[in-house]
Structures are given as C-alpha cells and as structure tokens.
Design a protein around this ligand. Structure first.
Ligand code: PNS
Length: 165
C-alpha cells in the first residue's frame, strides 16, 4: 500500500497573481475544499514586468484569503518543484480556463513531472463566469479607466485605482 495515501495533502497554487482576481479566488475556494493545506505561492523573478511588487501582491492575497484557515500565502524563487518539495507538497494546483490554456499548462506540468515525478499537477476549472478573466486584461482595463468591479476583490480594485490615478 502507498504509505503516503492517508497523509494530509498540501497543494501549492503557484502564479504571478499580478494582481489576484476573482478567478484566482474561485480556484482557491475550490482547492481549499479539497486539500488539507493550500499554499498560494507568488513567483518571484519571472521575466515579466509586474505592476505590483511581490510584497504588494502577497499583502493583497493575505487580505482576501484571510477567512480560509487552511490557506497560506507565500512566495518562491527558482524552480517550482524545488519549492513544492521543500514545503512537503505532493500537488501543484493550476486552473485551466479554456482550451487555449491547455497547451502551456500541459508543457509545464510535463516538465515539472520530468524533474520531480513524485509531485502531481492537478487542474481545476474556475466557475464559467471567470473563464475569460485574466490579470493581464484586468490591468489593461484599469489602465484605461475601464470597470473592474466584480472582476477583482474590492481591495484590489482600490489598489488598481491608486496605481493608475
Ligand atoms: O500565473 P502564471 O504567470 O501563469 O504562473 C506561472 C508560474 C509562476 C507557475 C511558472 O512560471 C513557474 O512555475 N515558474 C517558476 C519556474 C519553474 O519552475 N518553471 C516551470 C519549469 S518548466
């Protein structure tokens, strides 16, 4: 029998979260119902030009996930599987919104499995209301004064307004 079978399962939900959207929150809610501990892990040092500093992204995530007692927010550098291993996590959680996400997610999951076969990537589907939502489009809307209400938590809406005012 697999000795890991009855142990508590920690899952890592990694991403840029620049900023966290209601789509991310929907996935966090789903993940928190399934896994014993869900670590929302903000990636540092990506080749992207972020709007919010890692510290700000973590602050917002902590505030909006406060009510989930089994959800933790952290950040990581370097390879995701190294971080997952160090955290004793057996699962990487990723959301797939549409078929267009699948190819990139498949590549990443397979590469992560090649490097660390003991860690499984689990995909979940966000609610369909969020299937078109992305941090990138939210930032674009906010930059040009478009409405982001309902797409991001109220705190993030405020922070976006402050960035672009
Ligand atoms: O929200 P994103 O930008 O789609 O998240 C991508 C992320 C952070 C999950 C991915 O880029 C990542 O895991 N980066 C860390 C480096 C790594 O381990 N890459 C995967 C090996 S191919």
């Amino acid at each position: 029998m697999d000795s890991a079978k009855n142990k508590a399962v920690t899952a890592i939900y990694p991403g840029s979260f620049d900023p966290v959207t209601n789509g991310h929150l929907d996935l966090i809610a789903r993940g928190a119902r399934i896994f014993d501990t869900l670590v929302v892990a903000v990636a540092r040092n990506l080749d992207k030009d972020p709007l919010f500093a890692v510290k700000e992204r973590i602050e917002m995530l902590e505030a909006v996930t406060f009510d989930w007692k089994n959800v933790e927010v952290d950040m990581f550098e370097g390879l995701l599987v190294d971080y997952a291993r160090a955290r004793g996590a057996r699962v990487i959680l990723r959301g797939i919104r549409a078929v267009s996400d699948y190819e990139y997610e498949l590549q990443m999951a397979m590469m992560n499995r090649k490097v660390e076969p003991q860690i499984e990537t689990v995909f979940m589907l966000p609610g369909e209301a969020y299937s078109y939502l992305s941090s990138r489009l939210v930032k674009e809307l906010a930059r040009f004064g478009g409405p982001v209400k309902g797409l991001v938590p109220a705190l993030v809406e405020e922070r976006l307004k402050a960035k672009f005012s």
